[in-house]
Design a protein around this ligand. Sequence first.
Ligand code: AMP
Length: 396
Amino acid sequence: MRTIADHDFAGQKALIRVDFNVPLTDDFQVADDTRIRGALPTINKILADGGSVILMSHLGRPKAREEKFSLQHIVSHLSDKLGRPVAFASDCVGAEAEEKAAALQTGEVLLLENLRYHDAEKAGDKDFAQQLAKLGDVYVNDAFGTAHRAHASTAVIADYFETGKKMFGHLMANEVENGNKVLHDSASPFTAILGGAKVSDKITIITNLLNKADNIIIGGGMAYTFFAAQGGQVGNSLVEQEKLDTAKDILEQAHKKGVNLYLPVDSVCADNFAADANTQTCASDAIPDGWMGLDVGPEAREAFKKVISQSKTLLWNGPMGVFEMDAFAEGTKFIAQAVAEATQKGAYSLVGGGDSVSAVNKMGVADQVSYVSTGGGAMLEFLEGKELPGIKAIAD
Ligand code: AMP
């Protein structure tokens, strides 16, 4: 894996694919600059070497050239963070971008307009990728969040740079290193904690983890498909009828492979999917009609915590309940705390994929786990064992 750490950028123009897909306020101010801050180490290293920087990103899902998706909105914020001016090209390809890129001097930064103003970006169009490639001497990919997409700027573009002139940025390298640590270099016992709504979203990751983990904890809505598959009564809980056989198969596979699969013995049940619903704690396989499990119960939390505290490697993906509502956030909060405590005792912990990241942020323990992935879908696919196009393109 070639990373920017191995390269001296003096006198070179680095074309960097970053993920500046940041949320904006109604008056187009940056509402959360986590992703911009995430890219700073890469940009600063290149500038410190004596290179110059051309930044390209997407923002949102524009249908056409919609003003609200213009990257112009982030120029002043980025300039503040970098402590230097940031030039802007109103199109990511074409004469203006080429002239501005050609004129860049050492230490200067140019931001290109939204890549997704061109359909060719998502289509992975070769000509478009080649036009982008013309702008830089070296290609750096630091956009892990889009690494699972074979888009022009994330994958196809790499074909237009020779070996030694395409590499991972710091953020991307970190994500890959941490993902690999869990998948290929985990200290035992390795416990995967999986939650979220649906089994169907997580089948591939569970199947892959059956070959790697010692323990798999299953919480969240998807647990009820497993209870239903074993003949349990789950009331109105979320159940994917068409996945009952899959759930049975996963339980059998786990048994065969000697993987301990833990389901929540009890649940916080509600008589309505609402923050102010009546609640009671029930055994998860004996939920009365008209009630639904919306969080893991107190006994389940303690059982999960015991497994977590004895683990050396922890992977957490997906909340334990409907954590967006305070009444059903306790299980997720408890597990977040347990993962943080285990980390303090020396375990390695990776939190990745979608809602689990917002969960650790909401629970305030993001800085108490070993690594929080910035890539939702990308990390999920990575952990499923898939080869991500954005990684493959520069790893070759
Ligand atoms: P995912 O994107 O797969 O991680 O799923 C996250 C979503 O699952 C969140 O919006 C949670 O509210 C939801 N969820 C978690 N537990 C349950 C449950 N027991 N019943 C229904 N939805 C749930």
